[in-house]
Design a protein around this ligand. Structure first.
Ligand code: COA
Length: 162
């Protein structure tokens, strides 16, 4: 049986925390599709194309990982692809309530779906894309927290918009 999972998110931008989750999941699944939401409800720094390019340059280099965009309901996307498992990272207790709501709503919308949660390495439990953006915007260093290509893209973005 081919075990496939979809790892959905905004990835604005991808961090080492996301990559850590993907690497852990590769030990459990044969194929991971990182699904980049095209029009999320929140304001983004990077375009969908840029977010996908950064993922391709990092996670996309790993075998059995592919990157795709999606729009609309996540469950519709899974249904079209014939995939039944959603992967999410749980960093702290504070993530739990939100993830619990999403997982139950997704199951309500599509009863075949299961969600699995993995914990990132402890060093990434305090990471979020917003925090990374704020630190770079204010001139701080994010080395070791995001891949090099992401650091470059962030520096470029903020230099351009200053
Ligand atoms: N390392 C670092 N950061 C992490 C992380 C990890 N392992 N796991 C989560 N995060 C951060 C993200 O960077 C993000 O931070 P930010 O808010 O500062 O940008 C935050 O946690 C959560 O973002 P993300 O994982 O991208 O999820 P999301 O909540 O933005 O997106 C979707 C969730 C895309 C899965 C959800 O909105 C969705 O399914 N949308 C499609 C529409 C739909 O079906 N809606 C109904 C859902 S019930």
């Amino acid at each position: 049986m081919n075990r496939e999972v979809v790892y959905p998110g905004t990835f604005d931008p991808v961090t080492n925390g996301h990559l850590d989750i993907i690497k852990r999941a590769l030990q459990m699944f044969d194929q991971i599709t990182v699904a980049v939401v095209d029009k999320p409800g929140k304001n983004l720094l990077f375009t969908t194309r840029e977010r996908i390019e950064m993922l391709q340059a990092t996670a996309g280099k790993l075998s059995n990982v592919k990157i795709e965009r999606f729009e609309g309901l996540l469950v519709d996307y899974l249904q079209q692809r014939n995939i039944f498992v959603i992967l999410r990272g749980l960093r702290a207790v504070s993530d739990f309530e939100y993830e619990f709501q999403i997982a139950l709503m997704n199951r309500k919308l599509y009863s075949n779906i299961e969600s699995v949660f993995l914990m990132p390495s402890q060093e990434y439990t305090y990471l979020s894309s917003s925090l990374i953006k704020e630190v770079v915007r204010l001139g701080g260093k994010v080395e070791g927290l995001v891949p090099g290509v992401v650091e470059e893209a962030l520096n470029k973005k903020f230099a351009l918009t200053k």
